[in-house]
Structures are given as structure tokens and as C-alpha cells.
Design a binder for this molecule. Structure first.
Ligand code: CO
Ligand code: ZN
Length: 329
């Protein structure tokens, strides 16, 4: 899975600008689904049709978009001011590199290096221009963070593990799915980082009987972390609650049962703050039973998000195990 994850995380795609990452995923899933479409908002939908009458319509969602920045103003010297796209902390920005859709690279600088608690409005992007005239960045242009993928033992480090690692899980599930009674609807969604905007409309169109989002979650295993019973490397996490959703208890029970049958280590996740596409899917149409398979991840929303490959592979195995058998809720 590592080469796939590397390709996905190194690709460009801040919220609202998912064309490049969508084309990449489209290439990866070629021939794996009965049909593939792009819906009006840009969500990439791939469907494996139902094989048996007793099968359900199961939606799996992972978001293609990533956090980033959007240019608000270019000054006379060619420095670019910006707003965040999604949850970007100024603490992670100084000296960081961003890349625009056309490949333009910029470095984030700050007005006063002695500031203790920097804010984004004191920062600017330096693209190496000498003035507004030769600055290639237009107001409204969006950039993603730029950082190569690295391996540290079984840990993988990159920008945009949130949620390209979820996209990789969906792709691996498509590749590994040998037999299922269900219709499986794979949704690679847009605009999650700006408020799970893509997933709801995609669920409205797909009318699933149940849905699982696949996304990253925080861990409680770093110094002075919030108390949280999720650790890196201890298995995929089954979401029970986050600040946007209470997972359907029947889905939590189903996932735990399938994990036990396959002897897969899993952890229960209760996340204090943050949410996923599942929250929008759950309240789409007349409502959808929804849950989430989470990948434990350290340093979320920094350019160095860290996951453990064993947790990622565990998530793939858990979802395959769940899809291969009948589902009674
Ligand atoms: Co995120
Ligand atoms: Zn995410």
C-alpha cells in the first residue's frame, strides 16, 4: 500500500480544487467498479452493483480534499497574504512550503520572528517574486502544503494523510473485494475540510442503506495529550462519538463483531472535537445509519501527519470482512 499512499498524499487538492487528486484516484480504480461517475459537486463515485437480493446498499466515504490556503491579496513587493482553507494552525506554518495548482511553490514567512503566538494574518507567502508584476499567484488561487512522504519503521509521515490514507483504504477495499452480496458505493468526496459539504449531497444521490466514513482520528498517546483511548499502532478505531456525530450503535456492534471474528485488533474511539463525512451522510435524505472506521493519526493538520501502516491495513481488512458477509441491522 505504501506506493499508493505516497502517490495520494503528495498530490495537490485543497478543498474546492480536487480535480488533480480526483484524476489520480480515477486512474487507480480503473476497471474495479461497475460504473464510475462524478456528481455535480465533484464527488467521485464508483459503484460495485448488488450481487444478491439480500444485499444492502453500503456507502463508503473518504474525502479527497486537504487543508490549505487561499490567496487574499498580493502586495506591491509580490508577497501573498492568505486565509486558511480548513483548520490550519499558524503554529505549523512558519517556514512551511505551499504549492499552487500550477506548481508555483511558496514559503510561508512571518512579519516579526519574535512573536510568541503567531496568527495567520501576520504571515505571508513568499514565491520569490520581486514585485506584484512578476508574482504568478492571483487573488483566489488555492495552495496545498508541500512535503514529501517519508517512512519511519512502520510509521508513515506525510501531509494530507487526512484523508488520503482513507482514500487509499477505499481503493484497497475495491482491489481486495472478491465477493459481496452488497451494492458497494465508494464515494471520494470533496470539501470535507470546510465543513463536510460534499458528502451529504453524494449520500442524497446514492440513497445508501448504511454508510461508513473512513478518516483519521486523534490519538491520546503523545505527551500531555487529551485523555483518549486511541493509540498509534493498536489497530483501526471504530468511532462511537465525535463532536458532529453519534455513530449508529448497531454499526459499532457489527464492526466489533466482524473484527472479533477475524481476530483483528481494534480500538473504540470517542473523539472530543472534530468530525467526518459520516455526520453529513447520517442526516442526508430521511437519515442513514452511519459510522466511521478511523485511522489513528498523530500531528493532524500539520504537514507531518503520522499513521501506522498496520492500522491502515487493519482498516482495509475490517471493511472487507464486513462487506463479505450479510448485514442485518
Ligand atoms: Co481534516
Ligand atoms: Zn479528514
Amino acid at each position: 500500500m505504501k506506493p499508493l499512499i505516497k502517490k495520494l498524499v503528495e498530490s495537490y487538492g485543497p478543498s474546492g480544487h480536487e480535480d488533480q487528486i480526483r484524476d489520480l484516484i480515477r486512474g487507480e480504480i480503473k476497471g474495479l467498479a461497475d460504473y464510475v461517475t462524478v456528481d455535480p459537486l465533484g464527488n467521485l463515485i464508483a459503484v460495485i452493483k448488488k450481487k444478491s437480493k439480500s444485499g444492502r446498499k453500503v456507502m463508503l466515504a473518504a474525502h479527497m480534499d486537504e487543508i490549505g490556503v487561499i490567496a487574499t491579496h498580493v502586495d506591491a513587493k509580490g508577497f501573498v497574504r492568505f486565509l486558511p482553507i480548513g483548520g490550519v494552525s499558524a503554529l505549523t506554518c512558519l517556514g512551511g512550503r505551499v504549492r499552487f495548482a500550477d506548481g508555483t511553490l511558496g514559503v510561508i514567512g512571518i512579519e516579526d520572528r519574535k512573536i510568541n503566538s503567531p496568527s495567520l494574518d501576520q504571515m505571508f507567502i513568499d514565491v520569490g517574486a520581486t514585485g506584484a508584476g512578476d508574482c504568478p499567484v492571483k487573488v483566489g488561487a488555492a495552495a496545498g502544503f508541500y512535503r514529501p512522504f517519508e517512512e519511519v519503521g512502520s510509521r508513515l509521515v506525510a501531509k494530507s494523510m487526512d484523508d488520503r490514507v482513507g482514500c487509499a483504504v477505499l481503493i484497497e477495499v475495491m482491489r481486495g473485494l472478491k465477493r459481496t452480496p452488497h451494492e458497494v458505493q465508494f464515494a471520494f468526496t470533496v470539501q470535507e475540510e470546510v465543513g463536510t459539504r460534499g458528502a451529504g449531497p453524494s449520500a442524497f444521490g446514492l440513497e445508501p442503506d448504511l454508510a461508513l466514513a473512513v478518516d483519521v482520528t486523534l490519538t491520546g498517546d503523545t505527551p500531555k495529550a487529551n485523555k483518549m483511548a486511541v493509540s498509534l499502532g493498536a489497530g483501526a478505531a471504530i468511532k462511537v462519538r465525535d463532536s458532529g456525530m453519534l455513530a449508529d450503535p448497531r454499526l459499532v456492534a457489527l464492526l466489533e463483531q466482524r473484527a472479533a471474528e477475524a481476530r483483528l485488533p481494534v480500538q473504540r474511539e470517542v473523539l472530543e472535537g472534530g468530525s467526518t463525512d459520516a455526520r453529513s451522510i447520517q442526516i442526508a435524505r430521511a437519515g442513514v445509519p452511519a459510522g466511521c472506521v478511523s485511522i489513528p493519526c498523530r500531528h493532524i493538520h500539520t504537514p507531518s501527519e503520522m499513521v501506522d501502516l498496520r492500522d491502515v491495513e487493519g482498516a482495509v481488512a475490517l471493511i472487507l470482512q464486513t462487506l463479505e458477509k450479510p448485514i442485518e441491522l
